[in-house]
Design a protein around this ligand. Structure first.
Ligand code: AMP
Ligand code: MG
Ligand code: MG
Length: 331
């Protein structure tokens, strides 16, 4: 069935458009120079003005068009009127042109749950801003080849769509993609995918067979995480921020497994990335190899960690140490 008439395709097309707007907001807040950082309750858990504005923009835009949708966003924000200029009403036409997989063509708005991470990699976003000499001068940022600015690649905006507890579609915007290409480059990109349809907005690539490159957290590591990474017998370990960014590394052939053997990631971190990864034949589970559920009533924390791969998932599950499996119960 043509996507333009199907609820889930229209929702995905709206999610794409609002994720692009979100990318602009994330860039503008950095450009503005004042990130408005607030420390949340957890250790190493920050919120910026960009997290707040983007969540408002995504939630208000989607609920305006789809009032019966359940939307769960990471940030705990007071309910207040959202400024008109944060609302995005357009839809990405290329998604409306795609055929909807049969099994999803009759889904109703009220059956869908949307998980929103307005800014994934907030820690790296704030560090990048601090490391830049003058965050108010974006041109300087664009020209810079210095390592600290690579942190901006870690930042993404995540919108995942779930049906009957399963992540079925997702959108990832990477606001600073291309920043190292100079002032003339177009900044940012949007990746999207849907089960049964595939994933778009990037070139699917694989790490050469037999090479184990592990991508893991750079700012939320602990003993369980490092023990598990080492148990994978890696040829190389990459430590970067963001769940969205790490899934991009998997599908672009930069890493073979995303290993995070710890609580810390939440459903809004994994829903969109999981849908895109699964759309190209990959797998995201907890460290036991069990899948997560994304219904509206599930607990937000992914307590048994995250293990994601494009291929050979079972190998990585089989290498998780017994002590780690015992420490991270699957429930
Ligand atoms: P990371 O790989 O450390 O960037 O984590 C991926 C996502 O999970 C980010 O949104 C983090 O904020 C979140 N996360 C992971 N561990 C923790 C933690 N210990 N506390 C709060 N958030 C976490
Ligand atoms: Mg996140
Ligand atoms: Mg976030």
């Amino acid at each position: 069935m043509a996507g333009g008439t199907v609820v889930v395709m229209r929702l995905l097309a709206s999610a794409y458009a609002v994720a692009e707007k979100a990318g602009t907001i994330v860039r503008n807040v950095l450009h503005g120079g004042d990130l408005g950082i607030v420390e949340k309750t957890g250790v190493n858990d920050l919120q910026t003005l960009a997290d707040r504005l983007v969540q408002k923009s995504i939630c208000a835009s989607l609920s305006k068009r789809f009032p019966k949708l359940t939307i769960i966003g990471e940030e705990d924000l007071p309910s207040e009127t959202v400024e008109e200029d944060l609302i995005e009403i357009s839809q990405y036409d290329a998604i409306l042109q795609k055929p909807c997989p049969d099994e999803y063509s009759n889904l109703k708005e009220e059956e869908l749950v949307v998980w929103v991470d307005p800014l994934d990699g907030t820690k790296e976003y704030t560090e990048a801003a601090r490391l830049l000499d003058s965050p108010a001068v974006i041109e300087k940022l664009l020209e810079s080849q210095r390592a600290p600015t690579r942190l901006l690649d870690h930042v993404t905006v995540l919108i995942g769509i779930a049906y009957e507890g399963k992540a079925i579609a997702g959108v990832i915007n990477q606001p600073f993609y291309n920043y190292q290409m100079g002032a003339d480059a177009t900044l940012g990109r949007t990746l999207w995918g849907m089960l049964g349809l595939g994933a778009f907005g990037f070139q699917l690539q694989e790490v050469p067979e037999g090479k184990r490159i592990i991508t893991t957290t750079r700012s939320h590591s602990n003993k369980l995480v490092t023990e598990t990474v080492q148990a994978m017998d890696p040829h190389d370990v990459i430590r970067v921020g963001g769940a969205g960014n790490k899934i991009i590394q998997l599908v672009e052939g930069k890493a073979s497994a995303y290993v995070f053997a710890s609580p810390g990631c939440k459903k809004w971190d994994t829903c969109a990335p999981e849908a895109i990864l699964h759309a190209v034949g990959g797998t995201l589970t907890d460290v036991h190899g069990n899948t997560y559920q994304y219904s509206a009533d599930v607990k937000h924390m992914n307590s048994a960690g995250v293990l994601a791969t494009l291929r050979n998932h079972q190998y990585y599950v089989s290498r998780v140490p017994q002590s780690v499996l015992q420490a991270l119960s699957s429930n």
